[in-house]
Design a protein around this ligand. Structure first.
Ligand code: GLN
Length: 483
């Protein structure tokens, strides 16, 4: 039963092959048995899960239906869950029980999804390897010595190991797409403003976006359907109708114009990954797509710009964790300054502290123009590159990451080496565009992802292309040994 996708679960529940309660019990037992190897969960919510599963079964018995009614999922531990610890992977929030549900959590619960737990993540979503979590590193089910990617590494490892069919995640610079690539999943970062950020603990507010992680594009369509939509509680949420993502999965790719940026195939890209990307291009050509080389000339400036803007916003967002209102408070503070310094010094890990310092520096008087303002100008150039490219092509295709998952600890003393691994993903966040990663093969037994980018609000197109690709390839069906 643990091999079933969300779509298969929906059919099984509708045909009364099993109940949500039965399925939930199977998956909870599987998590108890296998997660100690992976560390993909921070909190399990067994009681809530069984209660939601029974309620979903009762709703189905009363004639209700719906693709998510009774479907087991988990939430990245930065989505606020009422009365349940919401840690953001940080000691700072180790004792924080959210007083309300995030919009995403509430919407999915209303659709009948069953929450099995809260997944591990890099502290405050800062990282590409899930090694900065206060709760310890997450292991990649494809090779337990390797990272699962980050920051949504817990959601990715759990879904890849078949502990559950799908999970929520967030992407500020790649944190849905990169772990999807590293664990052989399909992950979608929606257009900025498509999914409400209300109750999603902020890292960099102008870049953060929630989205689905699952094994197939078909399942991402189902989960995104439950997450997307306008929310008056989020001032950056966009009032744009949500299309039926499942309905457009089977649109033909005949004549689809796919752009492949020449800058993507530079020296930093593992040639074995380049080959797999070319294979995926050939596959899509067979399905009727037309391939065109394009250029994104400002791409080379994206990493430095991102690593100014994201820490700048983080330094502001994380100022609320001061030891006064909620979160960790140091013992016996001598005075107010001591309270701030020790609470924050003890509560935040090294990567978070580094980013707060970089961000505060970039925003400080005298440096603002040189760093923050300049980075914002680069951001506009990156966006303009995409706008120009999308006058010529419908979709942009390339690698999700320059390398496959590295060994745990490999970048321990070199944060910049890890930042450079975000080269292909962060441009979509800077521009606010939707992006998807899907399985495209293996290198040394480790999964490789191909990334698709589309114009604003074309999530349906991304899911359509990925679904068609998955109907003709079987990379996404491969299962890690031992799971
Ligand atoms: N790796 C990037 C960072 O550390 C992106 C993380 C994310 O998308 N949350 O900022």
């Amino acid at each position: 039963m643990h091999q079933l996708t969300l779509a298969e679960i929906a059919r099984g529940l509708a045909d009364k092959k099993f109940s949500s309660e039965e399925l939930t019990k199977v998956l909870l037992a599987r998590i108890a048995q296998l997660d100690p190897q992976l560390n993909s969960f921070i909190s399990l919510t067994e009681d809530l899960a069984l209660q939601q599963a029974k309620a979903a079964d009762a709703r189905r018995a009363n004639g209700e239906s719906g693709a998510l009614l009774g479907a087991p999922i988990a939430h990245k531990d930065l989505f606020c869950t009422q009365g349940i610890r919401t840690s953001c992977g940080s000691k700072m929030l180790d004792n924080f029980k959210a007083p309300y549900d995030a919009t995403v959590v509430a919407k999915l619960a209303a659709a009948g999804a069953v929450t099995l737990g809260k997944t591990n993540m890099d502290e405050f979503a800062m990282g590409s390897a899930n090694e900065s979590s206060y709760y310890g590193a997450v292991k990649n089910p494809w090779n337990l010595e390797h990272v699962p990617g980050g920051s949504s590494g817990g959601s990715a490892a759990a879904v890849a190991a078949r502990l559950l069919p799908a999970a929520t995640a967030t992407d500020t610079g790649g944190s849905i797409r990169q772990p999807a690539a590293f664990t052989n999943l399909t992950g979608l970062k929606p257009t900025y403003g498509r999914v409400s950020r209300w109750g999603m603990i902020a890292y960099a507010s102008s870049l953060d976006q929630g989205g689905p992680l699952a094994r197939t594009a078909e399942d991402c369509a189902i989960l995104l359907q439950g997450m997307a939509g306008f929310d008056t509680n989020d001032s950056t949420s966009i009032d744009e109708p949500v299309p039926d993502y499942s309905a457009s999965l089977n649109t033909s790719l005949q004549g689809l114009r796919i752009g492949v940026p020449k800058e993507y195939f530079s020296a930093g890209l593992d040639p074995r990954i380049a080959e797999l990307i070319h294979n995926s291009v050939k596959e899509l050509e067979k399905l009727g797509a037309v391939i065109k080389q394009i250029s994104l000339p400002n791409m080379q400036h994206a990493i430095p710009a991102y690593y100014v803007i994201a820490p700048a916003e983080a330094s502001s967002n994380l100022s609320r964790f001061d030891g006064v209102r909620f979160g960790h408070r140091c013992a016996d503070p001598k005075n107010l300054e001591d309270l701030y310094k020790r609470s924050r010094g003890e509560g935040f890990g090294p990567e978070v502290q580094r980013r707060i310092m970089v961000g505060a520096y970039a925003l400080s008087a005298g440096y603002y123009d040189a760093y923050y303002l300049k980075a914002q100008k680069i951001r506009r150039l990156v966006k303009n590159d995409f706008m120009a490219a999308f006058t010529e092509v419908d979709i942009i295709l390339g690698p999700t990451t320059p390398n496959p998952a590295w060994k745990i600890g490999a970048n321990k003393n070199d944060p910049i080496a890890e930042y450079l691994e975000d080269i292909y993903t962060i441009t979509a966040n800077l521009a606010g565009l939707p992006g998807l990663s899907m399985p495209a093969g293996f290198v040394d037994g480790l999964p490789v992802g191909v990334q698709l980018l589309a114009p604003y609000f074309q999530e349906g197109r991304l899911l359509n292309v990925a679904h068609q690709y998955q109907l003709h390839t079987d990379w996404h069906t491969r299962t890690p040994t031992g799971f």
